[in-house]
Design a binder for this molecule. Structure first.
Ligand code: CUA
Length: 341
């Protein structure tokens, strides 16, 4: 009988090898320091503790993998079937082997469990007395931050000072969310009717990206946030700025028109100069933020105009109603908001 090699079968076999390799290389390309939401480059004590635990468990997994795969390969090669070879001897009940392969995994589990429990207690301990307390309130789909001790509040961009313990006291105004800044701490659920806490001390100045990590409705993926870790003096300057009233340039007709429009409509849901509604994020000092719409758009005039003109187009399900505004109205609101620094 002549066996014909079928080229398509060889191609299929090559594809079965090449596709997973390509996928693996593609996934590896997503790593590295430029990836903003990686847990592998922590910049706070809690994040470092979690990362150290991960590394420890990873090396135990490497040991298990190497031992198991080596035993498998030796067995396959040594005992493989050959035409002239008799069946290998069957062994039942080797007491030494039974004890060894029961004890070894038990020991490895203990080596993993002890540091895991230690880390849980380490990062879930109470906050020290000098901690800065910030109340975090999750909303569909944005984050509210209240600094009761400092008398200020902001939204979506949490500023904290470098080197000082931070205690986040968290709850939700509607459904379950999850607060997650991968470089600072693990995830923590934010729930209605229940308070959860996160304590960490940021050690590096910078802006760290985060994301709601619990499915919470249509715009869950658009519920982003940033933590800005400031040097101590910069943080004091930011606090002073957030508490001050911004004067209006009365010579700028567009700003004045925007202010009037804002106080006729937007004020029902948004805070400004210490007054207003609480359904939407405070817009007092909104121009000092780098992003709008819970971190999905840059804070520039084009994005502001797009967002005010069509909120649901930018963020599906957004609770902000679409008002019948003319282009002049939108331009006036944008000019006014951009002056709120
Ligand atoms: Cu909030 Cu997902």
């Amino acid at each position: 009988m002549v066996i014909r090699h079928q080229p398509w079968k060889r191609a299929a076999r090559a594809l079965r090898f090449l596709v997973p390799v390509a996928l693996m290389l593609g996934a590896a390309a997503c790593s590295g320091d430029s990836f903003p939401q990686s847990t592998l480059h922590p910049t706070a004590d809690s994040g470092r503790a979690i990362d150290a635990l991960f590394t420890q468990i990873f090396w135990w997994a490497v040991v298990v993998f190497v031992v198991v795969e080596a035993a498998l390969v030796v067995t396959i090669v040594r005992f493989r079937a050959r035409p002239d070879r008799p069946e290998p001897r069957h062994v039942h009940g080797n007491t030494v082997a039974e004890i060894a392969w029961t004890m070894a995994p038990a020991a490895i589990l203990i080596f993993i469990a002890v540091p895991t429990i230690q880390t849980i207690f380490e990062i879930d301990g109470g906050a020290p007395d000098d901690a800065l307390q910030v109340e975090v309130i999750g909303h569909q789909w944005w984050w509210e931050f209240q600094y009761a001790d400092l008398g200020i509040s902001t939204a979506n961009e949490l500023h904290v000072p470098q080197g000082r313990p931070i205690e986040l006291v968290m709850r939700s105004a509607d459904v379950i969310h999850s607060f997650w800044i991968p470089k600072l701490h693990g995830k923590r659920d934010v729930m209605p009717g229940r308070v959860t806490r996160l304590v960490f001390t940021p050690d590096s100045v910078g802006t760290f990206a985060g994301q709601c990590a619990e499915f919470c409705g249509e715009s869950h993926a658009n519920m982003r946030m940033r933590v800005v870790v400031d040097a101590s003096t910069d943080f004091d300057a930011w606090v002073a700025q957030q508490g001050a009233t911004v004067p209006l340039d009365s010579s700028d007709a567009q700003q004045v028109a925007g202010r009037d429009l804002f106080f006729r409509t937007c004020i029902a849901c948004h805070q400004m100069d210490g007054v207003g509604g609480v359904l939407g994020p405070t817009l007092w000092h909104v121009a000092a933020r780098t992003t709008i719409a819970s971190g999905i758009l840059p804070n520039d005039s084009a994005s502001l105009a797009r967002w005010i003109g069509n909120p649901k187009g930018e963020k599906p399900g957004a609770k902000m109603p679409q008002f019948p505004l003319s282009d002049d109205d939108i331009a006036a609101l944008v000019a006014y908001l951009q002056s709120r620094r």
